[in-house]
Design a protein around this ligand. Structure first.
Ligand code: SF4
Ligand code: SF4
Length: 144
């Protein structure tokens, strides 16, 4: 239960990585509303996102291949709200606990899919989308 005893900054690399539940909710196109500052999520996947297996296909080189990929370890305190409300990093940063479906609690890597939290087989490719198409794909990542 290291996540209850340590702050995010105190965690080892292995502990940090294990916090990611593999939901893929941060692997879609996002926009910041210029007026409200709200982060708007779409269901349009990053080009490295494997929708079938719900994972990054080149995690090691992601920040080079996709410069917009969020580097969570570098987020400022006021930027954790950019993450979905279910994200373990945001939950712990905000002093909350992990959900029962988190693999660290359930002991089952598939529980994030079984609980219908992940984006497995729920995203689309936006490569040829127009601006209007993209607007139609704005979703609430915390609605499910
Ligand atoms: S939203 Fe958080 S828990 Fe889900 S894949 Fe992204 S970093 Fe991992
Ligand atoms: S580069 Fe990988 S980790 Fe980053 S948003 Fe894309 S699929 Fe997700």
């Amino acid at each position: 239960m290291f996540w209850e005893e340590k702050t995010l900054a105190e965690m080892s690399d292995e502990e940090w990585e294990s916090l990611c539940d593999g939901c893929g909710r941060c692997c879609v196109w996002k926009f910041e509303d210029a007026d409200s500052g709200e982060i708007l999520y779409t269901d349009i996947r990053c080009r490295l996102f494997d929708d079938a297996h719900c994972r990054c296909t080149d995690y090691r080189h992601r920040s080079v291949l996709v410069p917009d990929c969020m580097e969570i370890q570098k987020l400022e305190n006021n930027q954790f709200s950019w993450l979905p409300k279910t994200c373990a990093y945001r939950l712990l940063h905000d002093g909350k606990t992990l959900f029962d479906w988190h693999p660290l609690i359930s002991g089952n890597q598939k529980s994030v899919h079984q609980a219908d939290i992940s984006l497995q087989k729920k995203t689309v490719c936006g490569e040829h989308f127009s601006e209007d198409d993209i607007v139609r794909h704005i979703v609430d990542p915390d609605a499910s």
